[in-house]
Design a protein around this ligand. Structure first.
Ligand code: FCB
Length: 420
């Protein structure tokens, strides 16, 4: 990589950061997801072979994947208690931005009853970030909701959006002073489809009508949150973080492939973003993969390697995706998640290098890209996969809770220092 060139291309105040989600790291959460984990851990362990043995590293993960404990977030990586240590790691890695969540179920454990202790905790958390000159990117909802909200039907019911609005209002009143960037919802497209079309995530319903309702209600929730936050603090920059894929036609000369590609781009990438286009100041992009479509569906791309979680790795697919997002919306873009499961740390440096090249190319073509937040700062609880996928720039030993910076992260930190 040419260092002199990077200096010119990346804007001076570019955010180089990392991303986490409350439920995946904090520990001690009680929400609809943690309840589901406890109810389904044994079943997930028993079905692991059927679901996961196609993965290239099955032999290495199978002991963990067949163990019920793997599927319980439990104490997390104790980030709730160890946040100062973890924020210090951000500084050590030369990062100047951090995306994290505030956990709704902690702040509002029962309807309308606020947990002031949790609110004070998050105030200290933000102050710690500020003290270290790290820009906070506050995330409001990352798939987990209080149990009482889920019992009322969660986002399946339009009338329940008012509960989310009440939570957002409370956050706005209590926690916005130290915050300039807010992300309302994480990947509403992924949540709605995996929970309500594939039935893999809680509440495990396979129901297209409910899928559409939940997706629609999340869109309403985003719009409402945007208005509440802007009313409270007009300068705050608000966005959403959808999962966007670089969707391509497998055979670009085939009309069938082109048509299915255009449809998928519309439904997966643009549908939600179009509906909130007047309700966002920046666009968050969570990029993990490229998908190739034929007229009849999604094709695998065996010419590129798989990461530990079974995703084909094409970091360069970020470039055409960024061009398309920019072309459609002309709003500042922040990469709110991007990374890979790589327990041997064999691909992470290569992945980041190629991601940087993709970002440089997009910037040189005029895309207003403002930041890159790597997923993730720490190894964490990966939803229905559990603990075996290792996404962290920093490895965590869950027995001792010891944090160890991975070699790729050391390299990235040096690269940032040279190029800032
Ligand atoms: C994204 C999620 C994030 C994490 C990564 C690997 O889809 O938003 O929480 O699980 O995938």
């Amino acid at each position: 990589m040419k260092d002199e060139k990077n200096e010119d291309i990346f804007p001076k105040h570019f955010f180089w950061g990392a991303s986490t989600a409350a439920h995946q790291v904090e520990g001690g959460n009680h929400n609809q997801w943690s309840v589901w984990e406890l109810a389904h851990a044994s079943e997930l362990a028993q079905s692991a072979h059927r679901r996961l043995s196609w993965m290239p590293n099955w032999e290495e993960i199978k002991d963990q994947a067949e163990e019920p404990e793997n599927y319980v977030s439990g104490t997390g990586v104790e980030h709730y208690a160890r946040y100062k240590q973890d924020i210090a790691l951000l500084s050590e890695l030369n990062l100047n931005a951090f995306r994290f969540g505030v956990e709704w179920s902690r702040i509002e454990p029962s309807p309308g009853k606020w947990n002031q202790e949790a609110i004070e905790h998050y105030k200290l958390y933000f102050a710690e970030l500020r003290a270290r000159k790290i820009e906070p990117f506050l995330n409001l909802w990352h798939w987990t909701s209080p149990v009482w909200f889920e019992e009322k039907g969660g986002f399946e019911k339009r009338e329940n959006v008012k509960y989310f609005e009440r939570f957002v209002k409370k956050v706005a009143e209590e926690l916005l002073d130290d915050v300039a960037y807010v992300i309302t919802l994480n990947e509403p497209n992924n949540y709605a489809s995996i929970s309500y079309l594939l039935g893999r995530w809680p509440p495990q319903k396979k129901n297209p009508l409910l899928f559409f309702r939940v997706y629609w209600n999340l869109m309403c929730a985003h719009r409402a949150a945007y208005s509440i936050l802007k009313k409270h603090k007009p300068s705050v920059q608000v966005g959403c973080a959808p999962n966007l894929s670089n969707i391509q036609a497998k055979r670009p000369h085939s009309i069938l492939d082109e048509v299915s590609t255009k449809c998928m781009r519309y439904f997966w990438n643009w549908w939600f973003l179009r509906r909130i286009r007047k309700y966002q100041d920046f666009i968050g992009v969570n990029y993990y993969f490229s998908d190739y479509y034929t007229g009849f569906g999604k094709m695998k791309n065996p010419s590129v390697p798989l990461n530990d979680a079974g995703f084909y790795m094409e970091p360069e697919g970020l470039y055409p995706l960024l061009l398309r997002v920019w072309d459609r919306f002309h709003k500042p873009i922040i990469i709110t998640e991007n990374g890979l499961a790589d327990h041997k740390d064999q691909y992470r440096q290569w992945w980041i290098e190629n991601t940087v090249i993709a970002m440089e190319r997009a910037l040189s073509e005029g895309v207003d890209l403002r930041g890159y937040l790597h997923w993730s700062l720490l190894d964490n609880f990966e939803w229905d996969f559990g603990w075996w996928p290792k996404y962290g720039l920093v490895a965590v030993d869950r027995k001792t809770m010891k944090r160890t910076i991975r070699p790729s992260a050391r390299w990235f930190a040096k690269w940032i220092e040279r190029n800032r």
